[in-house]
Design a protein around this ligand. Sequence first.
Ligand SMILES: Nc1nc2c(ncn2[C@@H]2O[C@H](COP(=O)(O)OP(=O)(O)OP(=O)(O)O)[C@@H](O)[C@H]2O)c(=O)[nH]1
Ligand SMILES: [Mg+2]
Length: 353
Amino acid sequence: MAARGGVRPRLILIGGFLGAGKTTAVRRLAVHLADQGIRVGLISNDQGRNLVDTEVLRSGGFATEEIAGGCFCCRFDDLVGATKRLSSVLPIDVFIAEPVGSCTDLGATVVAPLRRLYGDRLDVAPLSVLLDPLRAEALIGLADPGPFSDEVDYIRRKQLEEADLVVITKIDLLTEARATSISDALGRAFPSAEVVAVSVREGRNLEPWFERVLFGSPGQRPTLTVDYDRYARGEARLGWLNATVAVVARPSVGDDALLGRLAGAIRERLGAAAIAVAHLKASLTPDDASPGEVAAISLVRNEAAPELVITLARPVASGRGPRRSSNPARDPRAPGPHRVAPSPRSRRKCRGR
Ligand SMILES: Nc1nc2c(ncn2[C@@H]2O[C@H](COP(=O)(O)OP(=O)(O)OP(=O)(O)O)[C@@H](O)[C@H]2O)c(=O)[nH]1
Ligand SMILES: [Mg+2]
């Protein structure tokens, strides 16, 4: 994390609700930067361990650190430690960090302490909050209530309230008129944020957003007001399952046949039990995988089909997912995290975690 040549490394946080498209965007931005010779370090984060996102990001060949078992605010020291570990192997110009999709109040619990304590060494970018447009309409009153409870929608609204940049993702799924009406409604509902509409899949309108996160300054805004009891109820409504499964197949099986059928069967059962999918994702790594060889599948709404986001070029006889993988960027001699006392707000937010 040390400054080089007088230039502090940039730290870009890309937040937003589960399944909004954060990992896809992190990967795209990382490729965009790497193509220009800019050295990137990625930081994934989720409630479980051995994260699918980590595998997806590492499969792109990027140095990636994983912070598991809690959000960045509850693992603040680990976030700082991750930047140090990444930098101990390779001087990093830009860190891109993806917080857990249920996390909010990042401004007060992560961005502000980073600036206060590490502002001389890290240049913290404006906060981007991504939003899946097919889930946006219900939240902003353009459609009937969506699949999530009021408490979960409370978290989603709070995420948007603290955004410097509200990024509507996946506009390839919308007509232009629909994208404009969502964008206008978001602009009215969250007037202190800049609204950008993009399709990472099609590479549409990414330049203006990337420019802002790479060169823009964060807005000055009052600290978010959060009802932490309500927030806790929202988090409690979100069920999390994290599991690693070892698979042996005779004969060998293709990724679509295995992951597709698995995700499809889970989708059907959740649908039958009237449980909304926030984000179901799974990966498959062959036991004899070469570096970066992985398949990953994703499902973000009950009515959609699971989607293979990374595919394998061959059938698999045995494998598992997600597997614990060693990080090529990890240097065991790297300094451990420097302990910082959590702020009173973080203590309240992370109570019991
Ligand atoms: N059509 C379309 N789909 C997209 C786009 N960006 C992402 N997706 C899909 O949205 C799904 C979720 O994407 P992720 O990037 O994993 O979402 P996430 O926000 O990281 O999800 P969590 O980490 O679980 O919170 C995947 O199936 C992606 O392929 C896009 O621009 N267009
Ligand atoms: Mg992700």
